[in-house]
Design a protein around this ligand. Structure first.
Ligand SMILES: Nc1ncnc2c1ncn2[C@@H]1O[C@H](COP(=O)(O)OP(=O)(O)O)[C@@H](O)[C@H]1O
Ligand SMILES: [Mg+2]
Length: 428
């Protein structure tokens, strides 16, 4: 059994001077891009100041600046037997956190505890954790049995016990009939299961997976996802699973941790921790909203406007009533400029909807539509506003023609225009 605690974990790397310059240059380039696209006065002033700061840093490079933070203020509790998925874009530090937990990477600051014991200085082999990597690294000249047994033999476990454990793992993994074969006689999915077998026979307190499926093709990935779910449920052991694939995160996790790369405007990696549906229905900010869900959520710049006592969200010609339960947050927010989020699935073709009324219908022109069989994904234009909608494939929507859509305004999100924080989470 294992409960895991991360307390104020920090990780930074030392940089060469040239790398530091490159990093500053990259940041300046991004800020300049922002200047080109933003007309908000406050944002422009801030960006100009940030650029000046970096220019001056470039002129006088201080030794203490030659580090780059990869992980900042990482705090997380993982319960015993919980299946936790770290999800985020490439480079956001997922592997780094996992490697620190396994003891393969030094922690710059903070504490990691396993079952209440600080493990910062404990050797990897003493942590009772099994790691499954993306590359299986099987020994080609050994049989599947010997590949699975390898770690146990190193530990000088008695042969009968080894045999018992390998057969048990092989049965769970449906590898029993392959135990005498060599890795090259197996398919990609079977090899992945052998790699899992090596972890399972150790009977560890926790499993760590680092993108175990990313080498497999789409169909196999889906199959293996289901396998992993079945196997880990049966083993009932604490699991930390890293992926950049939001579908793996949604389908496997008890608890999802959404991570982002540190940037000048992103000061901590953890963006949200929650159950999959909580993350989907209550994204903490625009980053999480945009990362989870396919097709990607529509994020619209616009403003609140009150007309005859009714509160609306307006963006170009698009006008949608703000649902009753969202109103208190909108009033507390106080500002006009706001970002709205609406998922493609929260639009319906008005022809097939019972719930259309004058304040939740929009008219748009269909630019591109893709019929996937079960539903149609369409790119629509409503004045200058571009929208994605996922509607029933019975819809007669045609490219270049007008369509009336009903929006499920109860599922609309509103985000702070500047920070992107979900308004129902803004502390006021
Ligand atoms: N030894 C290192 N020195 C400097 N930077 C590193 C080193 N190892 C990793 N990084 C950086 O740390 C960041 C996080 O890396 P990683 O944890 O591998 O991300 P992920 O697994 O989410 O893709 C990346 O930007 C990477 O370039
Ligand atoms: Mg990685």
């Amino acid at each position: 059994m294992a409960a895991i605690t991360f307390r104020n974990i920090q990780k930074s790397y030392r940089l060469q001077k040239s790398e530091y310059r490159k990093k500053l240059k990259g940041e300046i380039k991004k800020l300049k891009e922002e200047l080109r696209t933003t007309f908000d006065e406050a944002a422009r002033t801030k960006a100009l100041a940030e650029i000046e700061l970096r220019r001056s840093a470039m002129r006088n490079i201080e030794p203490h600046n030659l580090t780059v933070d990869i992980i900042r203020d990482f705090n997380l509790e993982i319960q015993d037997k919980e299946f936790v998925v770290f999800v985020g874009p490439s480079g956001c530090g997922k592997s780094t956190v996992l490697r620190m937990l396994a003891g393969l990477e030094e922690i710059s600051d903070g504490e990691i505890k396993i079952d209440g014991r600080v493990v910062n200085n404990m050797a990897p082999k003493d942590r009772d954790i099994a790691f499954v990597f993306q590359s299986y690294a099987l020994y080609p000249h050994l049989t599947i049995f010997d590949n699975i047994a390898f770690g146990l033999k190193l530990r000088k476990m008695p042969a009968t016990e080894i045999q018992q454990r390998v057969y048990h793992a092989a049965e769970i993994l449906q590898l029993t009939e392959h135990l005498h074969k060599r890795p090259k006689q197996l398919s990609g999915g079977q090899r992945q299961r052998v790699a899992m077998g090596r972890a399972i026979v150790r009977n560890p307190a926790a499993f760590l997976f680092d993108e175990p499926l990313s080498n497999l093709d789409a169909k196999l990935r889906q199959e293996m996802r289901v396998q992993i779910k079945k196997i880990t449920r049966r083993l009932d052991t604490t699991t930390v699973y890293v992926t950049h694939d939001q579908i793996e995160a949604m389908t496997l996790a008890d608890k999802i941790v959404v991570l982002n790369r540190l940037e000048p405007e992103v000061d901590v990696n953890i963006q949200q921790v929650g159950a999959p549906l909580d993350i989907y229905y209550n994204p903490a900010n625009t980053f999480v909203a945009g990362f989870i869900g396919t097709p990607t959520i529509n994020l619209l710049d616009g403003e609140f406007s009150e007309e005859d006592g009714t509160l609306f969200f307006r963006s170009g010609p698009l006008r949608l009533r703000v649902a009753e339960e969202k109103k208190p947050f909108a009033y507390k927010y106080g500002k006009k400029a706001v970002k709205a989020g609406i998922r493609p699935q929260d639009f319906e073709d008005a022809l097939f909807s019972q719930s259309g009324s004058h304040d939740n219908i929009i008219e748009a022109v269909c630019d591109v539509s893709e019929n996937l069989g079960a539903e149609i994904h369409a790119q629509l234009q409503c004045g200058e506003v571009t929208l994605t909608a996922a509607v029933t494939s019975r819809s007669q929507m045609k490219m270049g023609e007008k369509i009336r859509l009903v929006a499920n305004i109860n599922n609309m999100h509103f985000f702070d225009f500047e920070t992107g924080t979900n308004l129902n989470r803004v502390q006021l």
